[in-house]
Design a protein around this ligand. Sequence first.
Ligand SMILES: Cc1cc2nc3c(=O)[nH]c(=O)nc-3n(C[C@H](O)[C@H](O)[C@H](O)COP(=O)(O)O)c2cc1C
Length: 185
Amino acid sequence: MFKEVEPTYLPLHPRPAYLIVSGKGNEVNVMAASWVMPVSEEPLRIALALDRETYTFELIEKYREFTVNVVDAKLVDKVYLAGTISGRKVKNKISYLGLHTTPSLKIETPGIEEAVGIIEARVWNSLDVGEVRLYIADVVSVRVKPEYYNEKYGWDLRKIQILLHAVGRAFTTPSRIILAERKKK
Ligand SMILES: Cc1cc2nc3c(=O)[nH]c(=O)nc-3n(C[C@H](O)[C@H](O)[C@H](O)COP(=O)(O)O)c2cc1C
């Protein structure tokens, strides 16, 4: 038996929670985002659904680039604050959160030193959907901290806890890998 509920995105959560860095120079900002997804492999493009009221929106509109920073669950408090305080209210949200930037390889917007992975992206196209601008962006560089990463499977979940956002202050992490049965030949 199913029960119909108010239309909500919640059944599509939990979703990975990332740190998005935007801007350059003394205009660099960080926010939390979980509505981020891969879209195509050739070329490699990702999508970010971004509220047009955020400071991040202003900076991405200005500079047309951003980094997606993959973080361990240890950073949960910082991710939550990055997602509940606007860079318009605090002078430098990155240092306010005790985080540090690290230069990117292909774009001027930096990454987050404390992240385990940094994806550099340049906006390719966008579409307004409700309160959001949906950005489709070209991935121009992908870097990982290799001690947490396996070329075959991606993140080594024995070494790292990828942070997923449920709702509000509630987060979770994937705790184990489950292998599906092999296909019969
Ligand atoms: C875990 C988490 C995930 C979030 N995901 C998104 C998202 O995908 N898109 C979005 O526009 N806002 C998202 N937010 C809200 C923004 O992070 C929030 O509006 C933030 O304060 C914007 O910061 P800024 O004004 O400094 O850019 C999320 C918040 C949290 C806590």
